[in-house]
Ligand binder design. Structure first.
Ligand code: HEM
Ligand code: HEM
Ligand SMILES: [Fe+2]
Length: 444
């Protein structure tokens, strides 16, 4: 750690990890509802409410992770303290208050309805305030020294894009097709556009610090990747416009451009591996190295391969909205963003802990557990989805009859999710006990 205010990152990460714990807990409840017909929580916590909580906690903790990562990164890049540490703390408290209000609201059936964007208008406006505070604080920090770097520029661009795109999810529309058209500007353009920019810049920063590879080399590729992500990602929105009442040309636009989306993600894997191979310094924090390489690979598989598998219109007309989508949703979110945050946390934590903990590292067992059990979960979802696509869509069997045939795979999903949860719990325990007990020396 070089700057005192970087310490704020630790508070953001702590909050993020607590919410991750709850997100997974609610995920397990959702899985149980798939497996058993009898549902003791049906009255208080029906499937749709638990799903909304699962998804909102996911989005909030990932964003908290990005924010924590940003507050660690920007001081080092701009070479100055954060403009206002007080504002950063206020932003954290406000965001958490909104998350608690949203979850309590869903339990009391106070909801806007659209998946991921269930927050009622007043909470959405409060989220806009959080975004503005965040943007202001980051911008003012950079402006203190005007030490613009590509990494910071891309990061700031991503932050602005996240905030601006969110605005498209606020107006209420009477026509469901129109509503969904703009809804995808938030959902798709977030995860396949704006968030990719944030993730790419955080990863670039991390690789520079971890490997000591030249800034010029790493940032040159950042430009290329960002260009390609935007090119394929923006027009790629079309893969959600196939069947919702939009004009036919979206079949072509969506098919062609979204099929290109895996290309920049593959570049990121190659790039990460090259940086690691050409490292200029010894990598003491092996745990972060494992997470970083794992993240690049899982990002490619979950988003690139699993996304490509159902993105062409001729395939998507059969698989649309089945458990194949859920399989990809889990795999991609996990590989791209969950793992990115856990990578960054494993890098930042030793640097912010006392005493002498820059020579220590987090454990690697949670990585092994999370990656293997999430892979099993994604496979279970996928097989359930294949059964569903074939029976329900191809053979035209009844929805509920098909669900009966999928139960075995729901059971596999549920059992795997416990393994995943143990990995998450181990990571959280490691985080909160780090520095308080003896840990193996880095490199051991
Ligand atoms: C990190 C990046 C990504 C994340 C986090 C992600 C996540 C998701 C999620 C959560 C959904 C479900 C949305 C819903 O219907 O509620 C979805 C749908 C979809 N994704 Fe991705 N995705 C990513 C990248 C990609 C890429 C690169 C492709 C294509 C190559 C792709 C192709 C698709 C398609 C075609 C659907 C629609 C499935 C359907 O018709 O039901 N995704 N994605
Ligand atoms: C950090 C880990 C996790 C992430 C990133 C995650 C992400 C997601 C996403 C993006 C969706 C929406 C999918 C879609 O719209 O197609 C979802 C729904 C769901 N998740 Fe998770 N989840 C995680 C952990 C879990 C766990 C441990 C379980 C336990 C089985 C679980 C069970 C479910 C279920 C059953 C749904 C509802 C799918 C439906 O609508 O039928 N998730 N999750
Ligand atoms: Fe998409």
């Amino acid at each position: 750690m070089i700057y005192k205010t970087q310490r704020i990152a630790k508070e953001y990460f702590a909050a993020a990890l607590v919410l991750l714990g709850f997100q997974v807990l609610f995920g397990i409840v959702l899985g149980a509802k798939y497996v058993w017909d009898y549902d003791p929580l049906l009255g208080q916590l029906p499937f749709n409410v638990v799903r909304a909580i699962h998804l909102n906690l996911l989005v909030v903790w990932i964003l908290l992770g990005f924010m924590g990562g940003t507050y660690y990164l920007v001081p080092e890049e701009a070479k100055t303290e954060i403009w206002s540490a007080k504002l950063a703390r206020f932003q954290l408290v406000l965001f958490l208050a909104i998350a608690v209000a949203a979850v309590a609201g869903y339990i009391l059936r106070w909801s806007w309805g659209m998946p991921f964007l269930e927050q009622p208008e007043v909470l959405k406006l409060a989220i806009v305030v959080v975004a503005l505070i965040f943007f202001l604080n980051v911008l003012m920090t950079i402006m203190k020294t005007k030490n613009w770097t590509t990494t910071q520029g891309v990061l700031l661009g991503g932050i602005v894009l996240i905030a601006v795109l969110f605005l498209f999810g606020i107006p209420f529309m009477r026509n469901l097709s129109t509503q969904y058209f703009w809804w995808w500007w938030v959902i798709h353009l977030w995860v396949e556009g704006a968030w990719e920019l944030v993730a790419a810049s955080i990863m670039a920063f991390l690789l520079m610090r971890l490997t000591g590879v030249d800034r010029k080399v790493i940032e040159k590729w950042l430009y290329v990747e960002v260009g390609l992500v935007l090119l394929s990602g923006i027009a790629g929105t079309g893969h959600h416009y196939y069947w919702i009442g939009t004009p036919k040309y979206w079949l072509l636009v969506g098919g062609v451009f979204s099929a290109l989306e895996p290309v920049p993600i593959l570049f990121m894997v190659i790039d990460t591996l090259r940086d690691v191979r050409e490292r200029k310094q010894e990598i003491t924090n092996r745990t972060t190295l494992v997470w970083a390489v794992g993240c690049a690979v899982m990002h490619f598989i979950g988003a690139g391969v699993w996304g490509f598998a159902h993105t062409l219109p001729a395939i998507n007309k059969w698989t649309h909205g089945t458990q194949i989508t859920a399989s990809h949703g889990h795999f991609a979110f996990f590989g791209a963003y969950v793992m990115l945050n856990l990578t960054m946390i494993s890098f930042v934590l030793p640097n912010l802990s006392k005493p002498d903990s820059s020579k220590r590292q987090m454990k690697q067992t949670p990585f092994v557990l999370m990656v293997s059990f999430m892979t099993l979960m994604a496979l279970a979802f996928a097989i359930a989805g294949i059964v569903q696509t074939y029976m329900q869509r191809v053979l035209g069997m009844d929805y509920l009859v098909t669900q009966g045939y999928m139960k075995l795979w729901y059971a596999v999903l549920w059992v795997s999710s416990w393994g995943f949860a143990i990995g998450v719990a181990a990571y959280i325990v490691d985080y909160f006990s780090f520095g308080r007990r003896r840990l193996p020396e880095a490199g051991a």
